[in-house]
Write a protein that binds this ligand. Structure first.
Ligand SMILES: [Zn+2]
Length: 258
């Protein structure tokens, strides 16, 4: 996971989305007990939060990668879903925990709450799990204060660099801080499904090996191999490269010789 810098909110969210969110809030005010028990449910409009312009803005900000695991599917990024960081329908403090209803309906069209994530991270793992270090402070409706919450899940588009919280043993992520530990667990980031990371790690090791072995040679072939290996390593740590957090951790551990 790396830090994501988003541009301004797409107009579809600030106009149609804001109006729809106001309606959801009014509906809640009119029937709070119904929404709290789950008898009444907000009809969250996917056509607004996952509007083409929203997807495009997120694809651009995230370089077409999952906001959590940095997998980069082939264009047109079909398996990246618009994900609500704070769950829209209901939330859970733990995976088998009670469904806390309603969810964060007032943030359903909030640019700050939207990201693109892959099926593995979002549907197979995170789901509606959104644990807090201070569960009693959870905002249960739009009158609550999300600023008082201390979420365990790292926010890729938040103020902190996720790389300060998550490190790598080889290709396997691990938490360096309590939030990092929880985030790896919530998203299943350390599960073996991400074979792409393993392949990339092998390529990084190979490239590093070529530079180390051939950097003093002067034959045109050796110069070319070393130049290609250096270029590969330099590209792998860029924010638009898949699994760039893992590649950065590898290069930090194994500096490329001059
Ligand atoms: Zn993912």
């Amino acid at each position: 996971m790396i830090r994501i810098a988003k541009g301004p909110a797409p107009q579809h969210l600030t106009v149609a989305g804001a109006a729809e969110a106001r309606r959801h809030c009014a509906d809640y005010e009119a029937d709070a007990a119904g929404y709290d028990t789950g008898r009444s449910k907000h009809a969250i409009a996917e056509g607004i939060y996952a509007h083409r312009t929203v997807r495009q803005a997120l694809e651009q900000a995230q370089h077409g990668k999952c906001c959590y695991c940095e997998a980069q599917p082939e264009k047109p990024y079909a398996f990246l879903h618009v994900e609500h960081w704070r769950p829209k329908s209901y939330s859970q403090q733990a995976r088998r925990g009670k469904a806390l209803r309603p969810g964060y309906y007032w943030l359903a069209y909030d640019w700050d709450n939207l990201l693109l994530s892959c099926h593995f991270c979002n549907s197979s793992n995170k789901g509606n799990v959104f644990p807090l270090f201070n569960p009693a402070a959870r905002a249960r409706n739009h009158n609550g204060d999300v600023a008082a919450e201390r979420p365990m899940l790292l926010k890729p588009d938040g103020p902190e660099d996720p790389r300060d919280h998550i490190g790598f043993h080889e290709e396997i992520p691990f938490g360096k801080t309590p939030a990092g530990v929880e985030t790896v667990q919530i998203l299943g980031l350390d599960k073996a499904e991400h074979a792409g990371r393993q392949r990339l790690l092998q390529n990084l090791k190979d490239a590093h090996g070529y530079v180390t072995r051939y950097r003093d040679r002067t034959s045109p072939e050796a110069l070319e191999v070393v130049a290609m290996a250096r270029a590969f390593l330099a590209h792998a740590v860029r924010p638009d490269a898949p699994f760039s957090a893992m590649a950065s951790a590898f290069v930090d551990r194994n500096p490329v010789p001059l």
